[in-house]
Design a protein around this ligand. Structure first.
Ligand SMILES: [Zn+2]
Ligand SMILES: [Zn+2]
Ligand SMILES: [Zn+2]
Length: 264
């Protein structure tokens, strides 16, 4: 149908902010250019909502396994993401903003409450910003905890590494950080192109390659600010020497983004 060479896919800009531990101020921004038919999205709110939800779901692994995330509210190991997308698709150019809170478990009422409050504050702030365009909620479905499209199950091993699971309402989703495929914690290898998703080994990277390569191209810009990575700066944080030749090395943290250090 789109055989013609004049078919030019357009895209919508997604500006996402992922928030780990409130105390440590762990933050990451991932900007995406998601290809789509912009006019069709503008014309239909339902299609728009679905497109935003599906797009964010496709990069759930890229967000979740980009760093050693801890719960925004309680600081324990994070297992799930809570999205809060807002869209301005009528603007020129249209864009989507998404605040993503990392949480130990969505079932943990205290943490869920803290995150809800934070979302409210952020929404209030955002209501002012893009002026006349106004915000429209993206209505991402929240009922799919940790939903990464086809997130493979760990093969029975490495299950015991989970920590921060002494909660009354532990999450059944695998922990954030670690390997995106087998969920092994510890040293990881980061996609050298998009600088988001991480794997324990070239094997796991290969397993995920056909899925990841599609969304890898969406990634436009990444900025990260992790308290733990700052402390280790200067040490061998490139983590590279023992990786086999020809395999992309983990990402070297860039100059720290602007960040309030009063809580660090
Ligand atoms: Zn928590
Ligand atoms: Zn792995
Ligand atoms: Zn990538």
């Amino acid at each position: 149908m789109f055989g013609g060479s004049d078919f030019k896919p357009k895209s919508i800009f997604f500006h996402t902010t992922i928030m780990g531990s409130q105390n440590q101020g762990d933050r990451m921004q991932i900007d995406l250019n998601v290809p789509c038919d912009v006019e069709a999205l503008r014309a239909d709110r339902e299609v728009q909502g679905r497109f935003i939800a599906e797009s964010l779901q496709k990069v759930e692994g890229e967000m979740k396994y980009a760093g050693e995330w801890t719960c925004f509210a309680c600081g324990k190991q994070a297992h799930e993401l809570v999205h809060h997308p807002m869209s301005w698709l009528q603007a020129q150019p249209g864009f989507v903003m998404d605040y993503v809170h990392m949480v130990c478990s969505r079932e943990e009422p205290k943490c869920a409450g803290v995150i809800e409050e934070s979302n409210k504050e952020l929404t209030t702030e955002m209501g002012m910003e893009p002026g006349a365009a106004g915000g429209e909620s993206g209505d991402i479905p929240q009922e799919a905890p940790g939903a990464v499209a086809q997130e493979p199950k760990a093969e029975g091993k490495e299950k015991e590494v989970e920590k921060g699971n002494d909660s009354q309402h532990p999450s059944s989703a695998p922990p954030a950080g670690g390997c995106a495929v087998c969920h092994k914690q510890g040293k990881t290898l980061q996609c050298s192109r998009c600088k988001t998703i991480r794997y324990c080994s070239p094997e796991c990277q290969k397993t995920d390659y056909s899925r990841h390569k599609g969304v890898c191209r969406w990634v436009d810009n990444v900025e990260r600010s992790f308290a733990s990575e700052k402390k280790e700066e200067g040490e061998n944080k490139t983590g590279g020497e023992d990786w086999p030749a020809g395999i992309p090395r983990p990402f070297d943290p860039p100059a720290p983004a602007e960040h309030d250090h009063s809580n660090c």
